[in-house]
Design a protein around this ligand. Structure first.
Ligand code: NI
Length: 139
C-alpha cells in the first residue's frame, strides 16, 4: 500500500528580486516593489510530500529522519539568511519559484528513505509555489 506523508516546516529569509542581466529600469519594470534595494523578508512555510510503501511499522518513513534531513539541509541553511548572498542564488534570482526548485533538488539528493513527491512553499497567506520534477525528464 502506497501512502503519502506531508510535513510542514518554517523558516524566515529575506530577498531582493533583481537580475544582474537587466538594467535598473528593466528590473523595476519586471519585479516592481520586490526590486526595492533594501529587500524584504518572508516567513516561509515549507511543505514537503514524500511517498512510499507502508512498512512493517506502519509508516512511509520515520518522521524523525525526515525532520533531521529537512532541518539540516534546508531550514538551517536558509533561516535568517539573505537569499541574495547565498551561493545557491549566485546566478539565479531568488524568487520563491527558484527557491522551491533549489529545495526540491537538495531534498532529492539528501533524503533517501522515501520518494520525494513535491515541495510546496508558501510565501504569504495568499501565494504559494510547488515544484515536482517529472520523472525521466531532464528539466
Ligand atoms: Ni518577496
Amino acid at each position: 500500500m502506497k501512502a503519502y506523508l506531508n510535513r510542514r516546516y518554517r523558516f524566515s529569509a529575506s530577498h531582493r528580486l533583481h537580475s544582474e542581466q537587466m538594467s535598473d529600469d528593466e528590473n523595476r519594470a519586471t519585479y516592481g516593489k520586490c526590486n526595492n534595494p533594501h529587500g524584504h523578508g518572508h516567513n516561509y512555510v515549507l511543505e514537503v510530500t514524500v511517498s512510499g510503501q507502508v512498512d512493517q511499522n506502519g509508516m512511509v518513513c520515520n518522521l524523525v529522519d525526515l525532520d533531521d534531513c529537512v532541518q539540516q539541509n534546508v531550514v538551517t541553511r536558509f533561516d535568517l539568511e539573505n537569499l541574495n548572498y547565498r551561493q545557491e542564488f549566485a546566478s539565479a534570482v531568488p524568487t520563491t519559484e527558484n527557491l522551491c526548485t533549489v529545495i526540491y533538488d537538495i531534498l532529492k539528493r539528501e533524503f533517501r528513505q522515501a520518494h520525494l513527491e513535491r515541495v510546496r512553499l508558501e510565501e504569504t497567506l495568499f501565494n504559494s509555489f510547488e515544484y515536482a520534477r517529472t520523472e525521466g525528464l531532464n528539466h
